[in-house]
Design a protein around this ligand. Structure first.
Ligand SMILES: [Mg+2]
Length: 245
């Protein structure tokens, strides 16, 4: 067991006593200002409120909460978005009313590629997230990973940073009551008739790395049955697609 006479650095990941941990949190929270975009350890974030709930409802943004209005894969401008489904806004407000803190975690590697930083993408993403939160009128904390590093999903950096800087809890979250919703679930082409496969499984793996339940937007918002990966034995209850009768 180590004894720290002074707090060596904000980045210190070593085990420290509870008292020091709380002191550390207080110091950090004085640094992270509420209601403004800040960049901290290469993560762009907005803390609407400090998290007082032990329940987190976490969401990916693109193709989970919103999609493009233009139908193009990537948004063409700041207003090129619509809700992923019409049920999304009511559901997010309902979660807030049920005591969840709604948090967005989004990979946006267009913002920073190597040494080049895109002010245009930064402005587009940050403005869009605040427009979404203002429409919903609920507190939303948002974390953006702008490049390829330990903050990028499926790595758990953004989740750890959330715990570190945006909670007033001495007790950790009730991880069993937290979940994460995202569309990058590694589903293959035609997982649903006529539907393309997911570009990645980074959302599914992010949830696994954090240790929370994972759902796709289809399951969470629309109540569809989850896609089951790799069925070694055909399900007895499944109906044949083409009956030979
Ligand atoms: Mg997505």
């Amino acid at each position: 067991m180590h004894h720290f006479e002074t707090l060596q650095s904000m980045n210190n990941k070593e085990k420290i006593s509870n008292k020091n941990e709380n002191e550390l949190k207080e110091q950090q929270q004085q640094q992270i200002k509420l209601k403004q975009w800040v960049t901290h350890r290469n993560c762009i974030m907005y803390l609407d409120e400090y998290i007082k709930s032990s329940k987190i409802a976490a969401f990916d943004m693109d193709y989970t909460v919103i999609k493009t209005k233009s139908g193009k894969i990537f948004p063409q401008h700041v207003d090129d978005w619509v809700w992923w489904h019409k049920t999304v806004p009511d559901k997010l407000v309902e979660l807030h009313q049920q005591g969840y803190h709604v948090v967005l975690f989004t990979n946006q590697a267009f913002i920073q590629s190597g040494a080049s930083f895109s002010v245009e993408w930064y402005n587009q993403i940050t403005t869009k997230i605040r427009n979404i939160a203002n429409l919903l009128q609920i507190p939303i904390n948002a974390f953006i990973s702008p490049c390829e590093d330990e903050m990028r999903k499926p790595r758990r950096g953004m989740w750890d940073l959330m715990i570190e800087v945006s909670t007033l809890l001495i007790e950790p979250f009730d991880i069993k009551q937290c979940y994460y919703i995202g569309d990058a679930a590694g589903r293959p082409d035609h997982w649903k008739p006529g539907v393309k496969g997911d570009f990645s499984d980074s959302d599914l793996e992010f949830a696994k790395n954090i240790g929370v339940d994972f759902h796709t937007p289809e399951v969470f918002f629309l109540g569809e049955s989850p896609y089951i990966h790799h069925h070694p034995i055909p399900m007895v209850s499944s109906k044949p697609k083409h009956s030979k009768k």
